[in-house]
Design a protein around this ligand. Structure first.
Ligand code: ZN
Length: 494
């Protein structure tokens, strides 16, 4: 029976991989006029996948596994839990509404893109409104009509309640915001050699160096271009990433970030390969891997020491006067900026805090869609003292809402805080920077593989953090890390 169950799950995987491939195509190379057809195809396939998840056959397997639960191995137990959870969820949502939402969500991205290009919020507002209504409705079917945001957050991080996420952002607000304010006021001259218009086509070669250096298996992956960088997978043997070549530093750091996601997806233990447990445990754990490579490794002195010569080999004419030290300082310079994905390490979580506060207001119905551009600008003024003047710099910069992904943002910040805890734990075993200095970056990557990647989603996020670090998730390591690094860099007492 178990064998038949796994064979049945292969069908589910085939559908979800096909849907992922269509999403990838739509975000990268598909011609513009194909979007409605692709969106329709995605919604039809999503409907088929929905049916497989709630079918009588699925029910038969779940009943059997429930009876045999104590006899099952860990993989079968967790597979049962994941499928049962989805079964319970999808049996409460009407299929026709689910399918329609998928179509609206798939098309949303093209509306977002058009609104962004034309600087016209009214192109995107109706679809955003519709997606918010769907989210509220679905949350209501599942008993979360009082707090749809709780349900949405748990779609990405099943272990976290809204209260826990609120507590986390209280820490950010009370402990990180003052640090950011102090650093922004600190008078430190940092050269701006890198921030200029140059031909970025050579960046592709630097991107190749980064992916190879970080052991991203390009026989099982590739780098493409999209409006908003992302990673997506069709199983662990086909894990793709994208970046955008708009600005020099962000285009490269997006490659590091997405490579972090890719490594997580490429490296489950053998027994999890090609199963529904092959992928990451939750989005915050996923972000802990991407943010680890992007920041804790990518913005360190040791890594800059490896990257700097590669950049100078390609861009010596463009970046005259750039030294290794000034490069290090520039990728770690703190600025009140508008764009989250371009943000420095210190202000990053402020961008997420702003989104968290706005999403809470959206889902509680306290703000109207048409008021979002102003609310967004107000929040940036409140927390970072700057006011976006374009929608591209403001409310339309992120792709997430256009596909109905409300509740995803907190995982970026919580994930970054988890990376700090992982970094602290690794550092008890060996010196991460020395390992990079000695050309032993594998030591660091193997630690992540052994302690995080190999488990796929076999363990729930909190249990995984506890097992890897020996304690519960604790954001204090994140605040400590940032205060130490930026106190030193900016010569301020934090
Ligand atoms: Zn990410």
């Amino acid at each position: 029976m178990l064998k038949e169950f796994y064979a049945y799950l292969d069908k589910l995987l085939a559908y979800s991989r096909s849907i992922a491939l269509l999403h990838f195509d739509m975000s990268t190379t598909a011609p513009k006029d194909s979007y409605p057809t692709i969106a329709k195809t995605i919604s039809v396939l999503s409907g088929e996948l929905f049916s497989l998840k709630v079918s009588d056959e699925m029910k038969k397997y779940l009943d059997y596994l429930e009876k045999e639960y104590s006899e099952l191995d860990d993989i079968a137990k967790r597979t049962y839990e994941v499928c049962k959870k989805e079964y319970d969820m999808y049996t409460k949502i009407p299929k026709d509404e689910f399918v329609k939402q998928k179509e609206v969500a798939a098309l949303g991205q093209s509306k977002w893109k058009e609104a962004r290009d034309k600087e016209d919020f009214s192109i995107f507002a109706p679809v955003l409104e519709e997606l918010i209504e769907y989210s509220k409705k679905f949350a209501g079917y599942l008993g979360f009509s009082e707090s749809p945001y709780t349900w949405l957050i748990q779609q990405y991080d099943e272990d976290f309640s809204l209260t826990e996420v609120e507590e986390y952002f209280e820490v950010i607000k009370s402990q990180l915001v003052p640090v950011v304010e102090k650093v922004l006021k600190a008078d430190k001259v940092i050269t701006n050699v890198l921030d200029k218009e140059i031909d970025l086509s050579k960046n592709k070669e630097v991107a190749n160096f980064i992916m190879e250096y970080l052991k991203y298996d390009l026989n099982k992956g590739l780098l493409s271009e999209s409006t908003h960088p992302f990673s997506i997978n069709m199983g662990c043997d086909d894990v793709r990433i994208t970046t955008r070549y708009e600005k020099f530093i962000p285009s490269l750091y997006s490659v590091m970030h997405e490579t972090g996601h890719a490594l997580y997806e490429q490296n489950p233990m053998d027994s999890l390969r090609n199963t529904i447990l092959s992928g990451g445990s939750s989005m915050s754990i996923h972000e802990s891997q991407s943010r680890f490579l992007e920041n804790y490794l990518g913005r360190s002195k040791s890594f800059i020491n490896k990257l700097y010569p590669v950049i100078m080999e390609k861009f010596s004419e463009e970046f005259v006067g750039l030294t290794e030290e000034s490069f290090y300082r520039e990728v770690n310079s703190v600025n009140a900026g508008f764009i989250r994905v371009d943000a420095d390490e210190l202000t990053y979580s402020i961008h997420v805090l702003i989104r968290f506060e706005i999403e809470k207001l959206i889902l509680s119905g306290k703000v109207k869609v048409n008021d979002l551009p102003k609310l967004w600008a107000d929040k940036y003024e409140e927390y970072l003292g700057i006011r976006p003047t374009t929608l591209k710099e403001g409310v339309l910069q992120d792709v997430h809402w256009s596909s109905g992904m409300f509740g995803y943002f907190p995982s970026y910040s919580i994930g970054t805080a988890i990376s700090a805890q992982l970094y602290k734990t690794i550092s008890k075993e060996f010196d991460v920077q020395k390992a990079v200095d000695n050309d032993e970056v594998e030591k660091v990557l193997n630690w992540l593989k052994e302690n995080i990647h190999q488990y796929g989603s076999l363990l729930k996020p909190k249990a995984l953090v506890k097992q890897a670090t020996g304690e519960e998730f604790n954001p204090k390591y994140y605040i400590e890390y940032l205060s130490k690094k930026y106190g030193e860099l900016y010569g301020v007492e934090l």
